[in-house]
Ligand binder design. Sequence first.
Ligand code: S3P
Length: 737
Amino acid sequence: MPDEQGILVIGLGLIGSSLLAALRKNGYQGRLLGCDRDKDSVATALEMQLIDEGHTEPQAMLSSASLVVLAVPVMTLPELVGHLAPSVRPDQVMTDVGSTKGAMCEAIIRRLGEMPSWLVPGHPIAGSERSGVSAANAELYCRHRVILTPVDQTAPTAVTRVEKLWRACGAEVETLSVEHHDAVLARTSHLPHLLAFSLVDGLARRDERLEIFRYAAGGFRDFTRIAGSDPVMWRDIYLANRDAVLAALNEFESGVKQLRQAVESGDGDAMLSILSRASHARHYFDTLLNQKSYQAMEQRNIRYRAAHGGKVQGRIRVPGDKSMSHRAIMLGALAEGVTEVEGFLEGEDSLATLQAFREMGVAIEGPHQGRVVIHGVGLHGLKQPAGALYLGNSGTAMRLFSGLLAGQSFTTTLTGDASLTRRPMDRVAQPLRLMGASIETAEGGRPPLSIHGKQGLRGIDYDMPMASAQVKSCLLLAGMYAEGTTRVREPATTRDHTERMLTGFGYPVRREGDQAIIEGGGRLTAGPIDVPADISSAAFFLVAAAITPEADLVLEHVGINPTRIGVINILRQMGANLELLDQREVGGEPVADIRVRHSRLKGIDIPVDQVPLAIDELPVLFIAAANAEGVTRLREASELRVKESDRLQAMADGLTVLGVEHTLYEDGIDITGGHYGGGRVDSLGDHRIAMAFTVAALRAGEDILIEDCANVATSFPDFLQLVNRIGLRVEEQTVDS
Ligand code: S3P
């Protein structure tokens, strides 16, 4: 609760009186004072016991409060501030609730010469089409945002006191600059209100108005609810935030124009592209509101509590392959015709790729239960996105996009989350520049990337310094847009999904020894894609079953592409009991059901040629090593240090917590198997570290708490359901950070 000596609210409308109601309800002990020009409002507030004392003259009450909230219309606010300023004591703080900030601050500066240090401009993003003191609602600010826009002169202590006031009412407080606030609000609030007012006005002016209202159902009602809002207040907002509103209106008009053209010309694909992009964005907004999405979760700590022990029994299918899901969307979007994808991974990483193509004008239906339908636009049909493409946590997306965007005719910016922003992008930027591409990175070759699309890329002959399928794929995608031949030589075999899928789309890629070779100027033809279950996700279960007595588990329809089965080869060498059942080929990729049962594992020297083939599975293989007899040695795996986290360090730190004996090297680790305990480990926001330590709990002496697990949603959204289904006991705890 705020420790203020009395709080005075000037203006007893919905906003002011709801604040009083919230303070009262949440147990504020000091005196609540209210002031309004309208004496009936003051009387009602007293009657409702919202205030202890009321008056119609602000000056009369000013000295009795240490915090004053100016809940009057924006247009009258500067005058009120000017009027009160001479009487404000140094210990007093004021804040306002106006929905525009720029014009208000300017008007105050005109009156007082500068912004007073005791005034904290604020704006609660809450409201209702109802108004007046009788509409007071103690819950109005609960889980709503309040934006504060302090300026240089504002005293930091004043800001802290105002933050405390709003938090006491259940609000989430954030700070923006005045200009940023006004631009954002013009788009998210002022424009939609303007449209609602205008639509209702337009319809109501027509002769058949009675009929229109009689038959107007849900859509009209939902869209126009806000047209019942206070006209005077909204006039003032449009007067105050004129320029930002006009800018928002311009953007809106150009969007409507595009949709209009599509309707006029009966262009179904263009309509679908706009509508599905919007529909997806609206659903995404819902998940954000419900705090379900990864981006929202980034601000929260999802912690797993994995109970020690448990069994591993059953038959499951893990989600679709992440590498193939990204590529299916990319090639489907660039193909001619309609691509139907089954088994698509609905994880945050591949969804980021999907959304990025929507933003470049590709119509995509779904995903719905792993099914996605992509209306390809051809190799040269992408459109410039309106803003930067946000690729979340996905290094694969960023590196592959770099290649295919280098050959477009427009400029794009690629951004991502905090982890992605730390990852090296020079490994793609440098060879792309050799092809003639124009790419800027941030310092140290990190994201964001600015890719100035260019016609006239040239094929190159490139020796990759590291074994990376992402770099290889990036260059092959750029190679489609380049003149002549692009050859990429890999120092060790890496996953070849790009080559296989390109070939499946009718775009040949040759293989000569250690080189993948593509000619520019071809085309992609759409076709169906069946994405098998991801062996990288299956790996957690392979190890879980291998280390747990009496385990017997079947993993269905797992992709066993020879460039991905390092985990199977390594586990077998350690003595695991794995059977590949019903081996078959689906859409150019080998697939099998994998049965795995418990057996005694022994430590091995992991063959270096298996490292790139098991690169994503190594964290969970460390857990297998911790349960094996003797020492397991890994070398030439420094690539692990530049994944979603420094995986060598993250795993070593966690193993230390559990008491597993190990020695860490720059490019690897030695792990000695044996009994180990539990404790609190940090996944560092890396999905594979989080899932590896969950598996470790099966043989731990005590429970394992794993911090920072929200990121599991990037590759394996229903991981917790599946582990609990087969016999582990893992629960999720949400901790606000
Ligand atoms: C991937 C390649 C690998 C892997 C990543 C997915 C791909 O990265 O770690 O999770 O889809 O091409 P590198 O190619 O950088 O080793």
